[in-house]
Design a protein around this ligand. Structure first.
Ligand SMILES: *Cc1c(COP(=O)(O)O)cnc(C)c1O
Length: 356
């Protein structure tokens, strides 16, 4: 039976990315050695990093004066590296979910943290609006897509502060205006690559301002200066990122991904809103994530939750169980998610409704 992968992360990648990476693991560029066996400094691997960085700059139209680096440690390490490197006195954080909260917790180790707004009291079912950011902050940190709660800030905010964004789960799904950000980061395993690598885009002239000694590995300058080769980088995940970036370019880039994301979301949210069994969990429709679509069973059908999960699983749906902090269901629709995949999910929802 065909499987439709709705996992939240690690998650669906284009099939050809998996296949091409697998081939290189068996025989890297015809060398007779595996990608996993060569030195990261091998003359063959440098072009992988160079091409990946060039494609990121091209696809996101990264302006002059920015560096693109690959790190280990996941987005979670960036929660600490960001304030370590950028928090001088005071930073602002928009609290839109679990990941935002974790980022804020780390920042408090380094200086004053202002929570500009929070939807924690409403279990993060919306993105707070109408807040203001103090004028004197070093940066405002946002999480553009809240993977767990299914809300998204799908635009580049106009605010009176430099932006730093955790884009782990929606990067490369729409065009972004990189110039508004001092730093953009993301764990690769949602929309870019196999798990194990983090992408960081940095504005060069904000580096080196923090008034504290920074351990070498946690200092962004180390990795910028060494072109992500200060120590052994995660070569296989980086290679898979390169294949995803090539796939992205061949498939119309971030504009095409944006259109596809809108189309997938229309199909799934359309069915959630139509189907008598289900409702979306996000209270302001404008905040609905195009990447992680969260929904629950309406109260009068609550006891059908498990049966629906079993039914959908029997039809090949994988990973649609909601995160424990939201319950219900979550259909993650990253770039590699096909229209066929979301139509198969919708067909399940319709068929189950007819039987209910
Ligand atoms: C998954 C996720 C993280 C955590 O990423 P790791 O790479 O596992 O540390 C952080 N932020 C967001 C928005 C995520 O979706």
């Amino acid at each position: 039976m065909k499987k439709y992968n709705f996992n939240a992360g690690p998650s669906i990648l284009p099939r050809e990315v998996i296949e091409k990476t697998a081939q290189q693991i068996l025989d890297f560029n015809g060398s007779g050695l595996s990608l996993a066996e060569i030195s990261h400094r091998a003359k063959d691997f440098q072009p992988v990093v160079d091409e990946a960085v060039a494609l990121i700059k091209e696809l996101l139209q990264v302006p002059e004066g920015y560096s693109v680096i690959f790190l280990g440690g996941g987005a979670s390490l960036e929660f600490c590296m960001v304030p370590y490197n950028f928090l001088i006195k005071k930073a602002a954080y928009l609290n839109t979910g679990t990941w935002a909260k974790k980022a804020m917790k780390e920042a408090k180790l380094f200086g004053e943290v202002v929570e500009v707004a929070s939807s924690a009291d409403a279990n993060y079912t919306f993105i707070p609006k109408g807040w203001t950011c103090p004028d004197d902050v070093d940066y405002l940190h946002i999480t553009t897509n809240n993977t767990i709660y299914g809300t998204e800030i799908r635009k580049d905010l106009d605010v009176n502060a430099r932006l730093i964004a955790d884009m782990s789960s929606d990067i490369f799904s729409r065009p972004i205006d990189v110039a508004k950000y001092d730093c953009i980061y993301g764990g690769a395993q949602k929309n870019l690559a196999m798990a194990g690598v983090t992408l960081v885009i940095l504005k060069d002239d904000v580096l080196g301002k923090a008034p504290r000694p920074i351990p070498t590995m946690l200092d962004y300058r180390t990795h910028v200066e060494k072109g992500s080769m200060f120590n052994t980088p995660p070569v296989v995940p980086i290679y898979s990122a390169l294949e995803t970036l090539r796939w992205l370019k061949a498939n119309g880039g971030v504009e095409a991904m944006d259109k596809l994301a809108q189309k997938r979301a229309e199909i799934v949210y359309g069915e959630i809103d139509r189907n008598k069994l289900f409702r979306g969990t996000v209270t302001d429709e404008a905040d609905r994530s195009l990447m992680n679509i969260c929904f629950v069973m309406n109260d009068e059908y609550k006891e059908l939750e498990k049966p629906f999960l079993e039914f959908a699983t029997s039809k090949g749906m994988v990973g649609i169980k909601g995160h424990r902090s939201v319950g219900g269901f979550r259909a993650s629709c990253y770039n590699a998610q096909t229209i066929e995949g979301v139509e198969a999910l919708v067909a399940c929802m319709k068929e189950f409704e007819a039987k209910a």
